[in-house]
Write a protein that binds this ligand. Structure first.
Ligand code: KG4
Ligand code: ZN
Length: 344
């Protein structure tokens, strides 16, 4: 089964053709990062406008790169939630138009579910059940994935997402948006033990995260040093911050796996590209003889291929939509589209 898949939840306009959820025939990503960089973050109105301009060309290129036409396609998968509402609407309406014109099934895909599915593309042998750390710019979850479309959140951030914390700390250190990747690179040259940063825990919720205090302590360190006319080592501060965030993520993730009896651990989302996080997961799992998976760096960020991967499993589970499909800025990863239809 070949799906044409579309992603426009944030600042990448992306489309792909994916066969049977696992084989990527094409994947096209038009990034708007250079434009948003000027403002230090994504400007929603600009994102929506660029999606409108790019989506036609991106979808056409995905079809031509895969050497197929719409006649060869069996369904249209699209990210419908969560994300920037104006940005999502572009992809959703484009997909609805295509579905209406062709009669092809329309398959709504949850953005975080698709991040998890990027692992199915990269690792042919990977199947649920497993436990997954989903870390992106907007979310930080520990999720039990009992089946391809059956998930349960067991830990979440109480404030900032891990990616958001990385980006804000990086911005204070003068790095361009999105700062996570720059901070990661800078940290490679620093001493992670040079600054003692807090290790926040959430009382009574052992798998939950809290990153805003950590972010604030880095911001305070920088501002205090500025006021005293001192210059801090950006490398050392990056390394200490990266270690603090990674320690929190890995500690809760390993504890959750242990307590719930999982020995197959998966990471997904933009922050799963972080080099220390990847090294730490590998170390901790190898020590215990556990299986571990994360996507190649090019599949960690937003892309259309992961939407086609998850879309296939959503289709098999009967999660298709009609012309009533709407975009949603927020939506729980646990909620299947078919459940949503039952809510008045
Ligand atoms: O999943 P994603 O591409 O978009 C969302 O769904 O949010 O995640 C983007 C986030 C950004 O905050 C970005 O800075 C972060 O992932 N990120 C990283 C790295 N690469 C991307 N954070 C830390 N280290 C990295 N290497
Ligand atoms: Zn994402």
């Amino acid at each position: 089964m070949k799906l044409l898949s579309i992603e426009s939840s944030c600042d990448e306009t992306a489309a792909a053709v994916v066969e049977d959820g696992r084989r990527v025939l094409s994947s096209v990503v038009a990034s708007q990062v250079e434009e948003h960089k000027k403002y230090g973050g994504v400007v929603p109105e600009i994102a929506s406008r660029r999606h409108c301009e790019n989506i036609n060309g991106v979808v056409e290129k995905a079809l031509s790169d895969a050497n197929v036409s719409l006649d060869d396609i069996d369904g249209i998968a699209v990210t419908h939630a969560p994300g920037l509402i104006g940005a999502l609407l572009v992809g959703v309406n484009f997909a609805k138009g295509l579905s209406f014109a062709t009669g092809l099934p329309l398959i709504p895909v949850h953005h975080l579910r698709s991040h998890i599915a990027s692992n199915y593309i990269a690792h042919a042998e990977l199947e649920p059940p497993f436990i997954c750390l989903v870390v992106s710019g907007g979310h930080s979850h520990i999720v039990e994935v009992t089946d391809y479309t059956d998930m349960r959140i067991i830990g979440r951030t109480r404030d900032d997402a891990a990616g958001e914390a990385f980006d804000k700390a990086a911005r204070t250190m003068g790095m361009p948006y999105p700062g996570g990747i720059h901070l990661d690179k800078c940290a490679e040259g620093g001493d992670p033990l040079s600054f003692k940063l807090p290790h926040p825990r959430v009382d009574g919720a052992p798998y939950d995260f809290s990153f805003s205090g950590l972010k604030t302590s880095v911001i305070n360190l920088i501002h205090n040093a500025e006021q005293k006319g001192q210059k801090l080592s950006v490398e050392d501060l990056s390394a200490s911050f990266r270690k603090a965030v990674t320690d929190c993520l890995i500690e809760n993730f390993i504890n959750a796996a242990n307590d719930l009896g999982y020995s197959r651990l998966v990471m997904a989302g933009g922050v799963s590209a972080n080099s220390l996080l990847r090294r730490r997961l590998k170390e901790e799992c190898e020590k215990r003889g556990w299986e571990y998976y994360y996507p190649p760096v090019e599949l960690c960020g937003d892309n259309g291929a992961m939407v086609g991967a998850q879309g296939y499993y959503e289709f098999l589970a009967g999660n298709t939509a009609g012309m009533e499909l709407n975009a949603r800025a927020t939506m729980n990863i646990e909620t299947a589209y078919s459940h949503l239809l039952q809510i008045p």
